[in-house]
Design a protein around this ligand. Structure first.
Ligand SMILES: [Zn+2]
Length: 339
């Protein structure tokens, strides 16, 4: 099994059906409208957002969020994941009636519990929601800069990329970058390559969430490769939301061949009936990736992770040690079969 890392997952969108049902029982909520047969059910973007919001509203206390982060990171660890970065949104906390500080503390506590149990590293990336407009995103950045937390190491923007222009959000991103936070922006998923180019020009991210539609412009692909901008690719999500008709049409492998740093991520796993292990499996089945190539994808993610140098070195050493063990196993298997 290849060791994995994940850089792109929305924590509310990572809540498993089982955990959501447990919280529904706690709060006496009816989930029959969006959970059936152990699965989240939705049929278009509107019903997807509805299911997502209904489930998110069942996380209301610091302890609920601790459970959420712990449950998700333990699940990742069972998939041989050694590092996880999740997007958080203080807007979700506020709409659930929770103080943003309790929200962050709860998530951080869950990450600590998972790390104590399994060694998995976890970090939080604060996000603003693009469709809420520049003032709301600036407020989200301002909040996180005024309330620093050791596990909040990045700032990003999610939400509908078809709304507003990236330059409208430059003040928020300047603020976050000046405070030392890593920068990532969702772009090139629902909108085309221009959205990625505009985000690069205006917001200077080191990583782009999705970014796959950069493939529509060869000059932009070259720029991504030259500047080593990492793409947080989420193939399963892209197929679920119809960005591409099937995995054969997905540009992951083509971007990689052009020298772009690409990674594998699950986005909102149970909604897209996926998880990180399945994303790695998709790369194997549909993009022709073998174990060495998948290990290189993990290394790419760790090199661009929003962690301090010491943590990065430890994670890369863990990946290296695992690679050596696997290479040894293969040699052993080879000598047995040839004898
Ligand atoms: Zn996303």
């Amino acid at each position: 099994m290849v060791l994995k890392a994940e850089l792109h997952c929305h924590i509310e969108g990572a809540a498993s059906v089982t955990l959501v049902e447990r919280k529904a029982a706690k709060y006496g909520a009816d989930v029959s409208g969006f959970i059936r047969g152990g699965k989240f059910v939705w049929h278009d973007f509107t019903s997807f957002l509805h299911a997502y919001d209904q489930a998110s509203m069942l996380f209301r206390t610091q302890e609920d969020y601790a459970d959420l982060a712990e449950d998700y990171l333990l699940a990742l660890s069972r998939q041989d994941c050694i590092h996880s970065e999740v997007f958080i949104s203080t807007d979700h906390a506020l709409s659930a009636g929770l103080d943003p500080q309790a929200y962050i503390e709860g998530l951080a506590e869950g990450m600590r519990r998972a790390k104590d149990a399994t060694g998995i590293e976890g970090r939080l990336i604060a996000t603003g929601l693009r469709h809420k407009g520049p003032d709301a995103v600036l407020a989200a950045a301002q909040y996180i800069v005024d309330h620093p937390h050791p596990l909040v190491t990045g700032f990003g923007m999610a939400g509908d990329e078809r709304m507003h222009h990236p330059k409208d959000f430059a003040p928020a991103f300047d603020l976050a970058r000046d405070a030392g936070l890593g920068i990532t922006v969702h772009a090139g998923e629902l909108s085309g390559w221009e959205s990625v180019a505009d985000a690069l020009d205006a917001l200077k991210p080191s990583r782009i969430g999705h970014g796959v539609r950069a493939i529509e412009n060869p000059d932009l692909v070259k720029r991504l490769a030259d500047e080593q901008i990492l793409l947080e690719c989420c193939p399963g999500s892209n197929i679920s939301l119809g960005v591409y008709p099937d995995f054969g049409a997905h540009p992951f492998a083509e971007l990689a061949r052009a020298g772009v740093a690409v990674t594998l991520n699950s986005d909102d796993p149970p909604y897209f009936h996926t998880d990180l292990a399945r994303e790695y499996e998709i790369a194997k089945t549909h993009f022709g990736y073998n174990e060495d190539m998948l290990t290189a994808v993990t290394a790419t993610a760790l090199k661009a992770a929003f962690v301090d140098d010491e943590t990065r070195a430890a994670l890369l050493a863990r990946l290296d040690a695992d690679k050596t063990v696997r290479a040894g196993d293969e040699r052993f298997a080879g000598s047995v079969s040839s004898s």
